[in-house]
Design a protein around this ligand. Structure first.
Ligand code: NAP
Length: 473
């Protein structure tokens, strides 16, 4: 099967193609076009041409277009989920969950498209502001380039395409090389909407070539990137004055205080650590638990882990499947081995069986082991004992990352203290750091990125604020 680029409302061939294989059992899926530099340039020109028609859309029209996307996802849920499961090995139950969230995300965008308002400025609060009326407006920023990762190939794309359309911007999508099929499926859906042609395009091919072209081009007004910290930093360094939003990685941690419901929390932690093989930016990677609760907790957690079904992502009862590729699987295993050499113990898993890394639970992991201090992005969780919540806060803050953190406690003072002291973008009290719904502000501090997603917040980043001052004479 040969796929095509989606440019200016047309399916366009390329001169070169790259074979796409599934992560699970490496089946051939399709030949994917590799856009040439000339084609990337063309796509940018088409987007510029679409800027005026996007600006001319009313809020109601933008909202209706976004709802047209929702309706088609509703009709083709299974198909969309199957594409995700096939090209990423995300188990089908999570892929279906991702499509449900994608629909919600576009719906939030449809709602926010109608709510983008400025504010009235009280000009006469200044001595020289007498007889002046002023207000702010949010105008579209212009052409947006969205560069997206493999792990949520529809919902994280929706977090960029949704607000870009709601703001009135053309958007060029460069999906991860492993997930072009989801992006091209989205193009099929958007093709059937009233969005002006050229206002949404999909350019596939290697990240560095296409990425550089988009990042360095003066006509591209914003890069919205979700992916690894290394690539995010290189984009920021090259982007100059262009607006850049970066949603990057993490090694999310969670604190468990004494006196909480260990069994219920263990269930939540298993979901947080192993969903999508731990390839989630807020995957639960580090658990810090009070000494007295440690034994009961680890026993409960391992009981839950043992019940996980490992295998074919297309089966509805599969919980865990292959990681995105063999190289990543071997890298994660090497990090587990390094932790063991540094004194950690494997409480469960730790092996690659049939090319799949088993869900792995480590204990007593030193904080300088890679599996603790770097982003594991694998089905691995570590559990370390702490003697106080304060120690847990300090362990979580001792990280180059800061996306989200969680704390389970029945003590309101402890919860309040943790919410103030944890240096992250979001603190989740009495739930895992992996908790996210799509309208909440979401983003990190430190190497976890800059800017916030969650439609309303991304929408603000994709616009320019304009001030209008009236002299009333
Ligand atoms: P990645 O390797 O950084 O790739 C992300 C995107 O960047 C892909 O489309 C990739 O294209 C492209 N790219 C690669 N090199 C580039 C360059 N030099 N210039 C511009 N673009 C370039 O990340 P990934 O492995 O797909 O995703 C995993 C990472 O994403 C993890 O670190 C995870 O934490 C992070 N993530 C963060 C969030 C969040 O919201 N904070 C959410 C999800 C994932 P190719 O695929 O063609 O290389």
């Amino acid at each position: 099967m040969k796929k095509a680029l989606y440019m200016n409302g047309k399916w366009t061939d390329a001169s070169e193609y790259a074979a796409l294989h599934s992560p699970y059992q490496e089946e051939f899926l399709a030949n994917i076009p590799v856009a040439t530099s000339e084609q990337v340039e063309e796509a940018i020109q088409f987007a510029i041409n679409a800027e005026q028609s996007m600006r001319d859309l009313t809020s109601l029209e933008k909202s209706k277009i976004l709802l047209q996307i929702c309706a088609q996802f509703e009709d083709r849920k299974e198909e969309a989920a199957k594409i995700i499961a096939t090209e990423t090995a995300k188990p089908m139950k999570f892929a279906l969950g991702e499509i449900e969230r994608t629909i919600e995300t576009y719906r939030f965008a449809a709602e926010e498209a109608k709510r983008l308002t400025g504010e009235l400025i009280p000009m006469d609060a200044a001595k020289n502001g007498f007889n002046k009326l002023a207000y702010t407006l949010y105008e579209p920023i212009g052409t947006v380039a969205a560069i997206t990762p493999f792990n949520f190939p529809q919902n994280l794309v929706a977090h960029k395409v949704g607000p870009a359309i709601a703001a009135g911007n053309p958007v060029i999508l460069k999906p991860a090389s492993q997930t072009p099929l989801s992006a091209l499926f989205l193009a099929e859906l958007i093709h059937n909407t009233d969005l002006p042609k050229g206002a949404f395009q999909v350019i596939t091919g290697g990240g560095s070539q296409i990425g550089d072209h988009l990042v360095l081009h003066n006509a591209v007004k914003m890069i919205t990137f979700t992916g690894s910290p290394g690539v995010g930093k290189s984009i920021k360094n090259k982007a100059g004055l262009k607006r850049v939003s970066l949603e990057l990685g993490s090694n999310a941690g969670c604190i468990i205080d004494n006196g909480v419901d260990i069994s219920a929390i263990a269930k939540k932690c298993v979901v947080g650590a192993f969903s999508n093989q731990g390839q989630v930016c807020i995957s639960l990677q580090r658990i810090y638990i009070m000494e007295d609760s440690y034994k009961a907790f680890i026993d409960e957690l391992i009981k839950e882990v043992k019940s996980l079904k490992i295998g074919n992502p297309l089966l509805l009862d599969t919980d865990i499947s292959a990681m995105i590729n063999k190289k990543e699987t071997v890298r994660a295993k090497a990090w587990i081995d390094e932790a063991v050499n540094l004194g950690a113990t494997i409480e469960y898993g730790g092996e690659i069986i049939n090319d799949m890394l088993q869900p792995t639970v480590l204990a007593n992991v030193p904080s300088h082991a890679k599996i603790s201090c770097q982003e594991a992005f694998a089905p691995v969780v570590l559990i370390n004992k702490i003697s106080s919540v304060e120690e847990g806060i300090s362990e979580i803050n001792h990280s180059i990352y800061g996306l989200q953190a969680g704390i389970f406690t029945n003590n309101i003072t402890t919860a309040f203290h943790a919410s103030k002291c944890l240096h992250v973008g979001g603190v989740i009290i009495n739930d895992i750091p992996t908790f996210r719904v799509d309208q909440m502000p979401y983003g990190g501090v430190k190497d976890s990125g800059t800017g916030r997603e969650g439609i309303k917040y991304a929408l603000e980043e994709m616009t320019e604020m304009k001030l209008v001052v009236w002299n009333e004479g």
